[in-house]
Design a binder for this molecule. Structure first.
Ligand code: MN3
Length: 201
């Protein structure tokens, strides 16, 4: 079996002007596709090629020998999750319901949550990801991971993610990660996706 990318859930220009068509095109067709191609090459003819993507990640997370497989598999997963974490008319606040209630209970207000998420996304030094997760204790939490690391290998269930690798924003915002993260929060978060993940978690 070869691994495949799920289709992009919207047109490549649908996130513009927050994220330009050029950025989405490069990010999807060079970076995301590149990780996929690497993964397929690295796993070809090995027992890994018959596993699900999640199982490949779980089985290689602590392995020095399979570090390259882990990195590429995790980055395939992270990016598919990232595209789903955004919607053309997204951002703002979640609609009234269980996730909204839980966010207010955990962070005092939606505004406070957004402030803390932004802070976490900016404090991730170098390449990585910022996540809203349900942690091992079953509570909502903000988490960051470095490089390709994923939350679920340490027991957290992600609800949505923001890619803070420079390639996610450099063409549109240059070094200003803060402007990208603000636009992500205000205009792009796919709250419906987060609510669905919260429901099944
Ligand atoms: Mn990326």
């Amino acid at each position: 079996m070869t691994f495949k990318l799920p289709p992009l859930p919207y047109a490549k220009d649908a996130l513009s002007p927050m994220i330009s068509e050029v950025t989405v095109t490069f990010h999807r067709e060079r970076h995301h596709q590149g990780y996929l191609d690497n993964l397929n090459n690295l796993t070809k003819g090995t027992p890994f090629e018959t596993l699900t993507l999640e199982d490949v990640i779980e089985k290689t997370v602590d392995s020095q020998e399979h570090k390259a497989i882990f990195n590429n598999a995790a980055q395939v997963w992270n990016h598919s999750f990232y595209w789903d974490s955004m919607a053309p008319q997204g951002g703002g606040s979640p609609k009234e319901g269980p996730l909204e209630k839980a966010l207010i209970q955990t962070f005092d207000s939606i505004e406070k949550f957004k402030e803390m998420f932004q802070k976490a996304a900016l404090s991730q030094f170098g390449s990585g990801w910022a996540w809203l997760v349900i942690n091992v204790q079953g509570n909502l939490a903000i988490q960051t991971t470095g490089n390709g690391d994923v939350p679920f290998t340490s027991g957290s269930r992600p609800l949505f993610t923001c890619d803070v690798w420079e390639h996610a924003y450099y063409l549109d915002y240059q070094n200003l990660r803060v402007d990208y993260v603000k636009k992500f929060m205000d205009h792009l978060i796919n709250w419906e996706f987060a609510e669905n993940n919260f429901r099944v978690a």
